[in-house]
Design a protein around this ligand. Sequence first.
Ligand code: F6P
Length: 543
Amino acid sequence: MLISKTSAWKNLQEHKTKAEKFSLYQLFSEDPQRAKTLSLQFNDIFLDYSKNLVTSETMALLFNLAKNVDVQIKAKAMFKGEKINLTENRAVLHTALRNIKNIPVELDGQNIMPEILAVRKHMHTFSTQIRNGEWRGFTGKRIKNIINIGIGGSDLGPVMAYEALKAYADKNLIFKFVSNIDSTHLVETTRDLNPEETLFIIASKTFTTEETITNALSARQWLLKKLKDEKAIAHHFVALSTNTEKVKEFGIAESNMFQFWDFVGGRYSLTSAIGLSLMIAIGPDNFDQLLAGFNAMDQHFLKAPIEKNMPIILALLGIWYNNFYAAQTYAILPYEQYLHRFPAYLQQLDMESNGKSVTLNDEWVDYQTGPILWGEPGTNGQHAFYQLIHQGRKMIPCDFIAFIHALNPLGDHHEKLLANVFAQTEALAFGKTKEQLETEHVSTNLLNHKTFLGNRPTNTILIDQLTPFSLGELIALYEHKVFVQGVIWNVDSFDQWGVELGKVLAKNILTELKTKNADLTHDSSTNQLIAKFKTQKPKEELT
Ligand code: F6P
């Protein structure tokens, strides 16, 4: 049965008519304990969700929705390795990668932990060799530049986490990330680098992704142009993949390959071998701390009661706005420069996981699923798009993420940064009325323009400090939030069929672009675009 047909859902629909009249100003005035009641501390993470359009009745109905779909039973099934990715018939075991107590996890009757630990040991050894200069380039020079070539989950996780944890990174090494098939990305990234000092990490779960393989082949050419000996490849290329055959075909020795497995989805792969560039940057100990943070949140998610469970609460609030207020988007607003790629990372995590229309029971849904996620670090966003969040017609629930201690304290920058976080959520919640403006003698013609209606929902996630541990917790918080929403919408959060059609069409079109008199049988628009490109391209480039 579709979730929209259940009484738990219908009760929320009914409650929404009451909720239309909620005023955050009133809810706070009536209950001096509200902030305390609607907030939660877990380890070093404090979540204040009191500035949401909810009462205890709303929360009870939302908790009931979660119970109704057995969220935590389903979570346990995932952690235990049940094949919950039905459309691909796969287990979903990214949580085993951060199972730091090494508790056996069985898949098809076999404990997968020894394999996971063996790869991690290989990563430890290799990272240490790069960091201490033991691993040398082909001409004997020390490796200084590390370039991760990958896309989607094989790029966004490593680049986001490297940027987030730059404060902990080895400053003698330079890290770069190439993802786009646009040659500019690779050309600009390698422009001033010496191939003798450069290591390429080719990150691809499938090792068939066109962008990554094209970039990797061009990187190979760039390297060989200078080093002129195929033997150099073994010193300058390593692969992170599940596909040993393809890695070998590319010319990378199995000993230079770091394995992962089908039970790790691309967007959930940061703590697998895909995290190699990060481990080289921050060192194995800090990487272990990251895993410990992930694991702490995993345990909280599994064990905390629904009413005190951070990922579940965030998920339910998201459902409340997405499905009952028709909010189309939500914003992730980290007030931490180091987290500048976090919204982009979460975009893949959330939108590739839950941007679905068919349930696990093969029915078309009649409700909204995954929201559009976007965001930029504060305070930059304030001077760009916050106008619309404050005074536009759309409801945009926001997550504000901030840290109590700065990693680079400088004068009163941090107090100013945090003052902005607190001010923004206050302004969004309570706004400013016409009456208030009148007491300030604002001219009549500007009264409406300067009115802030308020009542705009936000969560504030306040963390002690950005560390490998807290980053692990934070990522896992969102991973599990996405999981819970997927369970409620009953979609397969671990497949991504929606990326396939474009890939297939591009392959056909590529042949047409390269063939002189190709017969174009697309619609008239696509034919016209292809023809226009070809008429402007020098004829000798066509075969
Ligand atoms: O965009 C589709 C996708 O399959 C993502 O899910 C994945 O993270 C990305 O491509 C890269 O895939 P691979 O790691 O296999 O190169």
